[in-house]
Design a protein around this ligand. Sequence first.
Ligand SMILES: *Cc1c(COP(=O)(O)O)cnc(C)c1O
Length: 444
Amino acid sequence: MPAVDVLIARVHELAPEIPASVATSQARLELDRLRRGLDHEGDLPDTNALAESVVRSAQRLLAPAPQPVINATGVIVHTNLGRALLSDRAIAALQEAARGYSDLEYDVASGRRGSRRVHVEDLLCELTGAEAALVVNNNAGAVYLCLAALAGGREVPVSRGEAVEIGGGFRIPDILSQSRAILRDVGTTNRTRLADYAAAIGPNTALLLRVHTSNFLVVGFTEGLPLEDLCALGDQHSIPVMNDLGSGTLLPTEEHGLDPEPTVQESVAAGAALTTFSGDKLLGGPQAGIIVGRRDLVDAVAAYPLTRALRADKLCLAALHATLLAYVAGVAESEIPVWRMIAASIADLKRRAQAWAAALGSGFDAEVIPAEATVGGGSLPGQVIPSVALRIASPDHSPDELAAALRAARPPVIGRIEADAFLLSPRTVLEREDGALIAALRGL
Ligand SMILES: *Cc1c(COP(=O)(O)O)cnc(C)c1O
């Protein structure tokens, strides 16, 4: 076993850029691992091999993280890959907010303390038709805070078909119990009628909750209840309706050949007293949870003590403001990456996939084939966007091996395997990433 000083000295020779403190801590960990493994392992590695292992651990520790990757999966709002990409306008605003002081909570006119709520509230009201708006850390937080602030200790009827798990452990029944609201199951998994809600309403009912079932579809003998009807029922009993849209969208998806995803404006117009949605799904902005609706209710959520713990930071607010400006200016479809990806033409995608194919060596069988892309992020379940993909096959490599080899490229390229074929989708790859992707294919 080499002395720690000897190992550190060798690490420094191999990689002088590694800070001494990191070299020391990683060398100690390496020697600890070695000592623990001694009983059941064979020969001692030599000092050089140990030093190389320490350098690798140190480099992993010091590498940029989260590491950039190329998303060639065809899933536009890919939660594991960081969801929506920001527009240039949003990135510029975010940098500006990061670099200098701002009037985040300062009223420049009066010289007094201001509110961080004002920055995006007016734009959100302008775009959605709501009276008031509030932005918090994410939509899971928004749903939780609305329930905790407005329904703690009281009943909330939820359709059995909407008591769903969204993913990442976000389960509607759990969120209700965490917020101390009491879940009243209504109707059945596939059918819930207005009469079911009416029967569930009692003196202790706080809210009627509707949840977008995001990541699954119930098909067959089903019956949806128009939001207007639920809101009319709520009105009769003076009970507000809260609508968790999940993704939500400000633009009509049907103009891109997709099924209609409910828009935030429709939810507000139908009479939902509160509508919640994410900032980084179809909106195409930063991670955020957006609450729009009735002034008294939004103010009550804003005043709830825990709301402070889930507040949006200045970088988020700056990026969100710039993203919303693109909608107000009518340029969201050309500026916001999520919408550019949805709108990309098959002809353009085909041309790019063919350029990728040309980079592959003769040992590969590459073909541009019709394939489907998806919006993802819990919007439009079951919906696909007709698209193309580059299918790569090789007599020497399985699809799993091809996928692993491209994940090992720098930056990693993430594709998908479908029907035992390895596919790369151009729809989710930015044009400026084509060069890096082609280099990765050349390296196969
Ligand atoms: C995605 C989603 C959420 C959670 O939103 P986050 O912004 O990820 O916290 C909540 N409800 C629904 C219906 C969703 O689709």
